[in-house]
Design a protein around this ligand. Structure first.
Ligand code: AKB
Length: 311
């Protein structure tokens, strides 16, 4: 096996920034190349401008840096996706197809594809959603990720590609404010609690969604990528679960530390998106296959978020 050299697409995004740093700590700064169309992260280490639809450029970078693994994070999320469906489909699905082809052509050792709870839809059982359920997503983002999962599975079966994937819940972290997602409220709320002691939520107070704290996402993603090939039984997206809560419950968790914090609710178009997703997830397959186990629950996360944001 050749030396591990990683390329990350979408590295300037909410997850990309933190994952890039974690991979650099684990595998060495010189072995992790961050790419994005946003150059905000170029000061932190090896960075290359990359539009993921420019496959020739990606091919050059893989060749130049002798890349062995790609984490393909670049994507347009659920809420922004609804504003421009055709563009979203092009970035999310054609971007992935280009990378899947290159991965086979250039003999990449591994590919990571982030999927999402947005693959679930109104026909999916919403409580303790099992791994294999009807998928009829309501958003173009969900459609692109559902199709992406199928393509990953196909490339594994047809070409033996070692592609691995997780259906991420809403990701919460203090490092940046996410853009264009439906679960973004659960990050915005902490910033607002510290700045204004008030937050106006764009979801209804009782909308329960699966969520996960950043250290668990990073740990889980790296654990999946490090797991022995034989233990990976799913080549589309692994269900992953850490916690589930409503806007009212996260507000109460914040009030334990900031008693003056208040919240009100002005649901917008994102409410219908959230209502089509699962409330909670059965992730027993991930737990059995590669020992997935989250460390953070809601109150532990709130404590850590507030402590870090105060810094
Ligand atoms: C979004 O809200 O669109 C994302 C997701 C759940 O994939 N955070």
């Amino acid at each position: 096996m050749s030396k591990k050299r990683i390329l990350i697409t979408g590295a300037a995004g909410q997850l990309g920034r933190v994952l890039t740093e974690a991979l650099r700590i684990k595998y060495g700064k010189e072995n992790v190349i961050a790419t994005d169309i946003n150059s905000a992260i170029e000061e932190f280490g090896l960075f290359e401008y990359l539009d993921i639809l420019n496959i020739e450029r990606l091919k050059t970078l893989i060749d130049q840096y002798k890349i062995t693994e790609v984490y393909h994070l670049a994507a347009i999320l659920s809420a922004n996706g609804e504003r421009n469906p055709a563009f979203t489909w092009n970035i999310n699905l054609n971007g992935l197809l280009g990378i899947l082809n290159l991965a086979v052509e250039m003999n990449l050792e591994k590919l990571f594809f982030p999927s999402t709870i947005a693959v679930f839809g109104n026909t999916t059982p919403q409580v303790n959603t099992a791994q294999n359920v009807p998928l009829l997503p309501e958003t173009v983002y969900g459609m692109s990720k559902t199709s992406g999962e199928l393509w990953c599975n196909y490339y594994h079966k047809k070409h033996g590609l070692d592609v691995r994937s997780i259906r991420y819940p809403g990701v919460i972290g203090w490092q940046s404010i996410p853009e264009g997602g439906t679960t973004d409220y659960a990050v915005e709320i902490y910033h607002a609690a510290l700045k204004d002691q008030h937050y106006t939520c764009f979801l209804e107070k009782d909308t329960r969604l699966p969520m996960i704290y950043m250290p668990d996402v990073i740990g889980g993603t790296i654990d999946l990528m490090e797991a022995p090939k034989e233990s990976i039984s799913i080549r589309y997206g692994y269900n992953l679960s850490a916690m589930s809560f409503t806007p009212e419950e996260i507000a109460k968790s914040i009030q334990k530390l900031i008693p003056e914090f208040t919240i009100d609710y002005q649901p917008d178009f994102r409410q219908a998106i959230a209502a089509s997703w699962s409330e909670s997830i059965d992730d027993s397959q991930a737990r059995n296959d590669w020992n997935w186990k989250p460390k953070y629950d809601l109150d532990l996360m709130t404590k850590d978020m507030i402590a870090n944001l105060k810094k």
